[in-house]
Design a binder for this molecule. Structure first.
Ligand code: AVJ
Length: 342
């Protein structure tokens, strides 16, 4: 089935033009809250996505290069656990480089299934991968993986190997993270293991029904974390402020991005880095006919990036029905890659 047909076959489940309505609803609700906040998913319009790509190359932003190095070193060990014929299911169609490291190490992977709510990201991911892995069935699935969904029946049987890199799990609150990990376990354990004998053969270790490769950033000095989210070149500041410009562009707002400044802070109690937009002065703005006021110093909380300790990560995984089968870090213990099994 052609890629376009694949996407069409699955697009039925995805939000159509409702994207703008959802954006407007989130902005009106978030800016009306006593403590203003906006969901971080709205940071990633094309401009935001390009700025994030630039962030991944910044000297202060260690996660991407560190995780990639761990994956490069541990890909063979992951492949040994996964066994032959794995079906790789990536939650979010992220960086082709990272999943490429996995696919090249696996023994005859049966398919690559990127899952994302945005069809345009899937088009890119599928095209990138198909080029580099001729003969590997690439089956994009349009779905919001924060809500229950099932893999289409056209995805071949075979033990599922989930992939959720980048410490994107850090954008969830701990409760949301448990919810996502539980959902991922149900999606990955359904069907695939049965086809290849849940208790049998492939993959070393006890006959796991499914596995998930999870990237998670680790707790470290506040100075290192705050620099990673507030780089000297100001790219992260532009990434954060772009959200205000997006609201103006797409929702007809008249916010003054120059009237806000970027702030990144380490929240010690919650063990997360928070990005905020701080109002430089008392000001007002209108969005889609709704008036909003901002006091001087008032902030809009635009993103949380939770950081983990190994024991907390294991407890979180266990609450979602997973056990940690492997846990690796870089020599400086900045970042971690785990293999979860169920
Ligand atoms: C893509 C969500 C993993 O939280 O580190 C980078 C996004 N925000 N710099 C992160 C981000 C500011 C990144 N994630």
């Amino acid at each position: 089935m052609s890629l376009a047909l694949d996407l069409a076959a699955d697009r039925a489940g995805a939000p159509g033009g409702g994207q703008r309505a959802a954006f407007l609803a989130d902005v009106l609700a978030g800016l009306s809250a006593a403590r203003k906040t906006l969901p971080c998913k709205w940071l990633y319009d094309p401009e935001g996505a390009a700025l994030f790509e630039a962030i991944t190359r910044l000297p202060e932003y260690y996660p991407t290069r560190t995780e990639t190095a761990i994956l490069r070193e541990r890909a063979d060990a992951i492949a040994a656990l996964a066994g032959p014929g794995a079906v790789v299911v990536e939650f979010g169609s992220g960086s082709a480089e990272k999943v490429g490291l996995l696919l090249r190490a696996l023994d005859r992977p049966a398919a690559y299934v990127p899952v994302d709510i945005a069809p345009e990201w899937l088009d890119d991911a599928a095209a990138r991968l198909a080029g580099a892995h001729a003969g590997l069935p690439v089956m994009p699935v349009v779905a919001d993986f924060t809500r229950p969904f099932a893999l289409p029946t056209r995805v071949p049987a075979g033990r599922r190997l989930g992939f959720f890199p980048g410490s994107t799990i850090g954008n969830f609150t701990p409760e949301e993270a448990v919810g996502f990990l539980g959902l991922a376990r149900r999606v990955l354990a359904a069907g695939g293991g049965a086809g290849s004998g849940a208790g049998s053969g492939s993959g070393s270790g006890s006959g796991a029904k499914a596995r998930l490769v999870l990237g998670a950033d680790l707790v470290k000095a506040a100075s290192v974390l705050e620099a990673a989210y507030d780089d000297a070149a100001g790219v992260t500041a532009r990434f954060n402020l772009n959200l205000l410009s997006r609201i103006n562009r797409e929702l007809g707002g008249d916010l003054d991005p120059g009237g806000f400044r970027h702030r990144a802070l380490w929240n010690t109690a919650a063990e997360r880095v928070e990005m905020h937009l701080v109002s430089r002065r008392a000001q007002r703005a209108t969005i889609a006919g709704h008036l909003f006021t901002f006091a001087e110093g008032e902030t809009i909380h635009t993103e949380s990036s939770h950081k983990y300790r190994p024991d907390r990560l294991a407890r979180l995984a266990a609450r979602a029905g997973w056990r940690i089968e492997a846990f690796w870090t870089d020599p400086d213990r900045l970042f971690s890659v785990s293999v979860l099994a169920c």
